[in-house]
Write a protein that binds this ligand. Structure first.
Ligand SMILES: NC(=O)c1ccc[n+]([C@@H]2O[C@H](COP(=O)([O-])OP(=O)(O)OC[C@H]3O[C@@H](n4cnc5c(N)ncnc54)[C@H](O)[C@@H]3O)[C@@H](O)[C@H]2O)c1
Length: 258
């Protein structure tokens, strides 16, 4: 990817896929803004890389997101690419999870996307170009037991992004909705520290690596594909959920044992 002279913004840039995406964009020659609440993670991502510009920003704070975008764009030019990666992932049965936690999932994972999209996409649409990657999850496509709060937030991310794409499909801006299965990043620890469904236990050891996901996002942006499922198995799951939802649920109940 040649990215000399381009500008990118990555939320969740202090960890996992956001951190790697920022480093890849910077290595390819872009100036990159990274937004995160994790100040130590931001410093680590930016260490030794003058092309990476950290902003300690909570993406649910629209004014703070707008201010960071304005400051970065005035210094480095209009954004060419935006990756919204920031998210949280506590698990739990819906009737056992603190409602404040279930609502926080929606506020950060979905509400944060709304703030980032509203602060960045209008400029791209006005310029008639740009690339916007929204990190949903296969969990936003296939709901499961003990992940309901996360599932709901990621389904909202997928739906919002799909409508955003269709409302702006003639704008020249490319949109991609990223829906990978499990990826080996620190995010998984939040699930493990709360409730760890057997389905997630089954995928332990076969998680994707962040570089594989980012390469798939790049390829789908290049091809103009909206859905990025990353793997063939996830793509099959995507269609199974649509065509045979009961079969998918039966399997989930069988695996979890209730
Ligand atoms: N890891 C997986 O298994 C997996 C699978 C599918 C989709 N995803 C999605 O991919 C994206 C990236 O995930 P990851 O695995 O790299 O996660 P990660 O936990 O490694 O990184 C997420 C970052 O988001 C930041 N963040 C959380 N709340 C924030 C807020 N309010 N404002 C700003 N930053 C905030 C965290 O501090 C963290 O640095 C997420 O949207 C996640 O839901 C992850």
């Amino acid at each position: 990817m040649a990215y000399q002279g381009k500008s990118a913004l990555v939320t969740g840039g202090g960890s996992g896929m956001g951190a790697l995406a920022a480093q890849q964009f910077a290595a390819a020659g872009a100036q990159v803004a990274i937004l995160d609440v994790n100040e130590a993670g931001l410093k680590e991502t930016a260490a030794g890389n003058p092309n990476i510009h950290p902003y300690v920003v909570d993406i649910t704070d629209f004014a703070a997101v707008e201010a960071a975008v304005a400051e970065f764009e005035s210094a480095h030019g209009p954004l060419d690419r935006v990756y919204n990666c920031a998210a949280i992932m506590p698990f739990g049965k819906l009737l056992e999870q603190d409602p404040a936690v279930t609502n926080k999932l929606m506020s950060i994972n979905y509400g944060g996307l709304v703030c980032v999209a509203r602060a960045t996409v209008p400029g791209m649409v006005a310029r008639g170009c740009g690339e916007f990657a929204s990190f949903a999850s296969m969990s936003g496509i296939i709901p499961s037991l003990m992940m309901g709060g996360y599932n709901a937030s990621k389904a909202a991310v997928a739906t919002y992004t799909e409508v955003l794409w269709h409302e702006n499909r003639d704008s020249g801006v490319k949109f991609v909705c990223v829906c990978p299965p499990a990826v080996a990043t620190p995010l998984l620890n939040q699930g493990k520290e709360t409730t760890w469904p057997k389905l997630m236990q089954q995928s332990e050891g076969s998680e994707l690596t962040p570089d594989v996901v980012l390469a798939a996002v790049d390829a789908d942006l290049e091809k103009g594909n909206f859905w990025c499922t990353v793997t063939r198995e996830a793509k099959i799951g995507f269609y199974m959920r649509r065509w045979m939802p009961n079969a998918v649920w039966n399997n989930i109940h069988k695996v979890e044992g209730f």
